[in-house]
Ligand binder design. Structure first.
Ligand SMILES: [Zn+2]
Length: 93
């Protein structure tokens, strides 16, 4: 049987022990702002060139990860507790 460990701290799980499966997605956000209406003073061709230039040297995977990433972890109770504390510290009241 394959030994399983916590993906964060490496602690080995005991048979039948408590562990947590974490699934998370990180998705780029769009605030709805578009620089419209058309601005004749703006150089859109240059803006497109700049965007293409900024993507050069990045792999398809890197570009995709700038928009969407999926994570899956198996966590021990201690790492779960630390993760929840971290996530809750960022919650807005
Ligand atoms: Zn752990």
């Amino acid at each position: 049987m394959k030994k399983r460990r916590c993906h964060l701290c490496g602690k080995r799980f005991k048979k039948g022990g408590l562990k947590y499966h974490l699934k998370a997605e990180l998705i780029s956000d769009f605030d709805g702002y578009l620089s419209l209406p058309y601005d004749e003073k703006k150089d859109y061709a240059q803006e497109i060139k700049d965007t293409v230039e900024a993507s050069k040297g990045k792999s398809e995977k890197e570009l995709e990860e700038e928009v969407y990433q999926k994570f899956e972890f198996l966590l021990c109770p201690d790492c779960r507790r630390r993760l929840v504390a971290f996530l809750r510290s960022g919650e807005k009241n």
